[in-house]
Design a protein around this ligand. Structure first.
Ligand code: ADP
Length: 603
């Protein structure tokens, strides 16, 4: 009996231990458990909250039960289409999948990502969740480690304007294409640009009484780059710019009827896409890709190495989210990976034209890190003009981005410094204007204009932002008189009024004025008046891989590297010391198109 009692006691004790372990296990269950726990983590329900994104508030709806985050919905936002889409799609899902607020932000859409996370955090607070516990960073999901292999005709590195033009053109020329893009979205810097595309276009220009010629475009490009651009490449650019407009139109792209002068463009030949920023180009190429067989796009896939066989480039090694990717190219590889203005170390290494740029912000997306320059080392490709970096006087003081720029064209606005004085020909080359701005107090200026382009304030700038929105966000200022505007932006009113009066006098004569300005249209005299602040920002890298007029990459001996092509900002030799505003989008379409055709058809 005693023995049985003892056994019962032992069994009871064992049971207690097992139960104790069970309870502890339940209590320390990780947040992603869907089984019930002894204490609730949230008060079950649906909570709505908001936080600031890139363009105003992002409103979210978060549903929780007692143990987990069940659903995150974005109810309202005003983020830039295309650019913020990956964050809008992926962040809510990541929060639910990982049951965490410490999810990775999406490169290229960091502000939007953080806005969504902040809004969800507020909602979780309302639900009584433990924010600190949910904000602990978990190990990121490991890739499967498997290697995926593809064989195709043409491999394209980079899904900005040049890479997409090359993909479409290679396909039109009969090739099967794989395009890899390291970011979670297509578009690169192209999609963030103001969209201006230079081309001599007698049809449009003659209706506006504008005289122009391909030779004039050539001369302005050549001389605007201090005669350092290669004449044959410039000739190819200017002669093929309008055919590229027609090609884009044939693919469905819409441009406005009127051309304009873009900042630093020197002449009214810039075509304005009907869609905001550079989205029209990307949408046009995406539409072609969706409607035609033969182009595969791999996002989140970063080229790390060129594969070379007997001096010929035969493919690309890349890293994807799931593991390594090997791409064999029957015909060739096109490098269209963009510039390096987003890579502070690289721009410091090469910069010879400016004082240190370490502290300057950039207009570029975070993927503009010059990867293509490192990729071509293995084939001894020649680099040209690497020291030529373009700055713009047009950065948003908070972010360096082009957004928030209130000018719609060159002719109808002036720049004033903190004293309310003009200081430069506002129709000059970009380097000239930026150098002048760097000499002003705090390298800070105001773009001043009247309401001719903004009759109600609801009209949008070139970056899809209305004047009224910008004023609400404190990024632009308004005055019913110049006196009021001067007070709003804290510059001496007498100086601002005098600057505008003198400008208006020269508009009557057509100039040139004391600064040498010759581009004028209307006076600044239609109240209300507006001003927006701007600072210098790093914009474009003119140097890069040397190509010939067929977009074939040249080695250091000047010979063609078989199987290797390049187009867009990754190339050098076209723009010399200074790229004309509006020439980059022409360059990427013209040479992207040529590179695609060459890669599809050349041996
Ligand atoms: P361009 O105007 O010359 O087309 P963009 O900046 O618009 O230049 O586009 C370049 C694209 O190349 C960007 O989307 C960028 O993320 C992508 N890219 C850069 N480096 C790599 C890489 N190593 N692998 C894949 N894509 C890359």
């Amino acid at each position: 009996m005693k023995h049985i009692k003892q056994s019962k006691r032992i069994i009871c004790a064992l049971l207690c231990i097992v139960m104790a372990i069970f309870v502890v296990a339940c209590q320390s269950k990780p947040a992603d458990s869907s089984e019930s726990s002894s204490s609730a983590m949230f008060t079950a329900g649906t909570y709505v909250s908001k936080a600031a994104g890139q363009n105003g508030d992002i409103e979210v709806e978060v549903t929780v039960d007692e143990e987990s985050i069940k659903d995150v919905k974005i109810l309202k936002h005003n983020e830039s289409p295309e650019i913020s889409d990956p964050a809008i799609e992926r962040i809510p899902k990541a929060i639910v999948d990982q049951q965490s607020l410490a999810v990775d932000t999406i490169s290229g859409a960091t502000v939007t990502s953080n806005g969504i996370i902040a809004a969800v955090t507020e909602a979780i607070k309302l639900a009584g969740g433990d924010i600190a516990a949910l904000s602990v960073k978990k190990d990121s999901v490991k890739a499967s480690g498997e290697t995926t292999e593809y064989t195709t005709d043409v491999v394209i590195i980079g899904g900005g304007g040049a890479g997409l033009a090359a993909a479409v053109s290679a396909n039109e020329n009969g090739a099967e294409v794989i395009l890899i893009e390291k970011m979670p979205r297509l578009g690169g810097n192209t999609i963030l640009s103001g969209g201006a595309f230079n081309a001599v276009d007698p049809g449009r220009q003659s209706k506006q009484g504008i005289e122009d010629s391909v030779d004039k475009h050539y001369t302005q490009t050549y001389e605007g780059g201090d005669k350092l651009g290669k004449p044959d490449l410039i000739r190819t650019l200017v002669e093929n710019a309008y055919p590229a407009v027609e090609w884009l139109e044939s693919l469905g792209m819409k441009f406005e009827d009127e051309v304009f002068t873009v900042l630093g463009g020197l002449w009214p030949r810039a075509h304005r896409p009907s869609d905001p920023l550079g989205t029209g180009f990307i949408k046009t190429y995406e539409k072609y890709i969706n409607e035609n067989d033969g182009i595969k796009v791999l996002l989140d896939t970063k080229a790390t190495e060129l594969m070379v066989d007997g001096g010929r480039v035969v493919g690309v090694k890349a890293e994807g989210l799931e593991g390594d990717v090997i791409l064999h190219a029957n015909n060739g590889v096109v490098i269209a990976s963009g510039g390096f203005a987003g890579n502070v170390e690289m721009r410091e290494k090469y910069n010879e034209s400016w004082p240190s740029l370490t502290d300057l912000k950039t207009t570029n997306h975070p993927g503009a890190t010059g990867d293509g320059i490192a990729l071509v080392e293995v084939v001894d490709a020649n680099l040209i003009g690497m020291e030529q970096l373009q700055l713009l006087p047009m950065g948003d003081p908070a972010t360096g981005s082009l957004s928030g720029n209130i000018e719609k064209g060159v002719e109808n606005r002036i720049f004033v410094n903190k004293s309310g004085d003009r200081f430069v020909d506002e129709g000059a080359r970009r380097d000239v204007m930026t150098k002048a701005l760097l000499e002003q107090e705090d390298a800070y200026m105001w773009v001043v204009l009247d309401s001719v382009d903004y009759p109600t304030g609801d009209e949008k700038n070139n970056f899809n932002e209305s004047m009224n929105e910008l004023i609400e966000q404190g990024r632009a200022f308004k005055g019913d008189t110049l006196q009021e505007l001067a007070e709003a932006i804290d510059v001496p009113a007498d100086n601002l009024i005098k600057a505008v009066e003198e400008f208006n006098k020269v508009v009557e004569t057509g100039g040139p004025d004391a600064f040498g300005r010759t581009l004028f249209d209307q006076k600044i005299d239609q109240a209300p008046f507006y001003a927006g602040p701007r600072v210098p920002t790093v914009h474009h890298t003119m140097g890069g891989i040397e190509i010939n007029t067929s977009a074939q990459v040249l080695n250091k001996d000047g010979n063609v590297i078989p199987g290797l092509y390049a187009a867009g900002e990754v190339t050098g030799g076209i723009h010399g010391t200074n790229r004309l505003g509006g020439n980059a989008l022409a360059d990427i379409a013209v040479f992207g198109r040529i590179a695609g055709e060459s890669a599809a058809t050349k041996k």
